[in-house]
Design a protein around this ligand. Structure first.
Ligand SMILES: Nc1nc2c(ncn2[C@@H]2O[C@H](COP(=O)(O)OP(=O)(O)OP(=O)(O)O)[C@@H](O)[C@H]2O)c(=O)[nH]1
Length: 609
């Protein structure tokens, strides 16, 4: 089980190193779910002394008045061997073997943050102690609760300390070491008041009674220690720390512990309780309790780690892969991104993603509507027919059939189909262009590289422009073809007599009577409508062939061919990622690594249970 606690310590250290110490904006969750022990009590109640005796070392600033002015996060690590040393997080790689210097550094580091006044600060000091004489624990020493501000302190200090202490002990995974001095009335104990507030059922509060040796003669703490004065779920533990006089005389810790043991063993009132009194017992109890708590927390921590890993992986996926360093890698990355974009683009056209259906709408609705708006019947009004027929005859009126007139009437009608044909070409082009925008936005890899995004967009638009021109040529050619050669059969099948008309004896302007002209108009209209119906079918084919099919086949062909000719530097400039994203990715990857190793370690512990 030692390994379990050391795993927790490892996780906490790793989180701390990543700035993950449960503060806002960091990842508070992992830190929050791991148990810690916070020492809470009124000023000078003996908090630092209790901590020191658990550790078995003199290293904390102590004395009367307000001494602890910043939270101290203390991690104890049990190690093999003889040597003992301490390390501060703000002084990495500096090992303190002289614990007197540790005390001085705590004082100096406190002053650095708060000045030499009596101000307090919520910014914690992180200290790790490595020793063969400790159990693995994480303890937090907090500034003592007070009732009034003393000189040099703002009036808010009372509430500030309370809030700071509360912020640590209200977390459900915090084990509260509530320190009350035996020489004060328990009813006035700040520690009990505060712990009751955040842990009303006393499920995570350990009552510690200090200064038992300082009680008035004739009084004792048996009622408290036996849980009769204030019942907690766990038994009260009495402590006799070193007095200020002992400290001044440099009474060492080992001697102090021995004396404490003797005190409980030899004082008649406490003899029967001696086996569960004292600092050493407190250390053991805490370690045992912590083990149990961690055991119960493993599934929660596991699911938290798994959830965080999934979130980190999700965000890393969204940010995309990092860029390869060499030209080949870069080229590969670009081609791969283009392939993904191209695939998404095709999916839009093929109906896997929306948008492609708009092309059909052009052919099914827009083109027919535009053709209808041409109003051939109006163009072939009697007046127009008469005008064109007579003009086409020139000085020599036709003899049998107005061949030239027919041709002119038909050509002048059919040529107007160029307009709708042209518009259909443009409409489909606009749709294809719009789908490029869509596909670009839906290609996450392109979000990563703004320059490549622009290049891919431009290359696609250039290709589409080329395709549009091809399509325009081909489509207009279809219309022109219809103008250039008329379907002879259509006319051959017409009843011959209708072609006879006009009276050559009359003037050129009234040679043709209305019914003759009407018949010509009707014939031409029938022919034009037949051609129009046929173009209505063939224009879409031409457009799809030249634009849609080509866009699917070769949208980025030209771009990719040119890409192969580029130098590494040019390729690199296309992959000029936002530096903020690169930093974020690196930070996420580092964090992911931490969580993965945490996952592996905790899984190993969980399986070996
Ligand atoms: N005789 C005796 N003196 C004690 C005991 N516990 C603490 N003291 C003395 O009480 C004084 C305050 O002890 P600290 O451990 O500094 O108390 P603290 O709660 O950490 O104080 P702040 O951090 O200032 O709030 C010191 O002079 C200690 O020597 C005890 O059990 N017996």
């Amino acid at each position: 089980m030692e390994s379990l606690i050391s795993l927790v310590n490892k996780l906490q250290r790793a989180c701390t190193a990543l700035g993950d110490h449960g503060e806002e904006n960091a990842l508070p969750t992992l830190w929050d779910s791991l148990p810690t022990i916070a020492v809470v009590g009124g000023q000078s109640s003996g908090k630092s002394s209790v901590l020191e005796s658990i550790v078995g070392k003199d290293f904390l600033p102590r004395g009367s008045g307000i001494v602890t002015r910043r939270p101290l996060v203390l991690q104890l690590h049990k190690i093999d061997g003889e040597r003992e040393y301490a390390e501060f997080m703000h002084l990495p790689r500096k090992r303190f073997t002289d614990f007197g210097l540790v005390r001085k550094e705590i004082q100096d580091e406190t002053d650095r943050e708060t000045g030499r006044t009596k101000q307090i600060s919520p910014v914690p000091i992180h200290l790790s102690i490595y020793s063969p004489n400790v159990v693995n624990l994480t303890l937090i020493d907090l500034p003592g609760l007070t009732k009034v501000a003393v000189e040099g302190q703002p009036d808010s200090v009372v509430a500030d300390i309370e809030n700071m202490v509360r912020s640590y002990i209200e977390k459900p995974n915090c084990i509260i070491l509530a320190i009350s001095p035996a020489n004060q009335d328990l009813a006035t104990s700040d520690a009990i008041k505060m712990s009751r507030e955040v842990d009303p059922k006393g499920e995570r509060t350990f009552g510690v009674l200090t200064k038992i040796d300082l009680m008035d003669k004739g009084t004792d703490a048996v009622d408290i220690l036996e849980g009769r004065s204030y019942r907690l779920q766990y038994p009260w533990i009495g402590i006799v720390n070193r007095s200020q006089a002992d400290i001044n005389k440099n009474v060492d810790m080992i001697a102090a512990r021995r004396r404490e043991k003797e005190y409980f063993a030899n004082t008649p009132e406490y003899k029967h309780l001696a086996h569960r009194m004292g600092s050493e017992h407190l250390g053991k109890i805490l370690s045992k309790h912590l083990e149990q708590v961690i055991k119960s927390r493993i599934p929660g921590i596991q699911s938290l780690i798994n959830k965080t890993i999934a979130e980190l992986e999700g965000e890393l996926n969204r940010l995309g892969k990092p860029i390869a360093a060499d030209a080949g890698g870069k080229l590969y990355a670009i081609v791969e991104i283009c392939r993904i974009f191209d695939q998404i683009y095709k999916e839009h056209l093929d109906g896997v993603r929306p948008g492609g259906e708009k092309v059909y709408n052009v052919f099914d609705a827009q083109l027919p509507a535009a053709l209808k708006r041409l109003q051939f019947d109006k163009h072939l009004s009697m007046e127009n027919v008469r005008k064109l027929i007579t003009e086409a005859d020139g000085y020599q009126p036709h003899l049998i059939a107005p061949e030239q007139g027919y041709r002119r009437l038909i050509e002048s009608s059919l040529v107007s189909i160029r307009g709708p044909a042209d518009a259909a070409v443009d409409a489909v082009h606009a749709i294809l262009k719009d789908l490029v925008h869509k596909a670009i936005n839906e290609t996450p890899e392109l979000k990563q590289y703004p320059t490549l995004r622009v290049e891919v967009a431009n290359a696609s638009f250039e290709s589409l422009e080329r395709m549009r021109e091809e399509s325009r040529k081909a489509t207009l050619k279809l219309v022109d073809m219809e103008c250039s050669y008329l379907t002879v059969d259509f006319f051959r099948k017409l009843p011959q007599d209708i072609e006879k008309g006009g009276n050559p004896a009359q003037s050129i302007f009234d040679r043709y009577n209305d019914s003759y002209l009407r018949r010509i108009g009707t014939t031409v209209l029938a022919y034009v409508n037949m051609v129009c119906a046929s173009l209505r079918n063939s224009i879409p084919k031409s457009i799809v062939y030249c634009q849609v099919r080509e866009a699917k086949r070769s949208l980025l062909d030209h771009f990719l061919t040119e890409l192969g000719k580029k130098e590494a530097k040019q390729l690199g400039s296309m992959l000029d990622e936002d530096p903020a994203i690169m930093e974020r990715r690196a930070a996420l990857a580092k964090r992911l690594e931490l969580y993965r190793s945490a996952q592996a370690e905790i899984d190993a512990v969980a399986w070996s249970k």
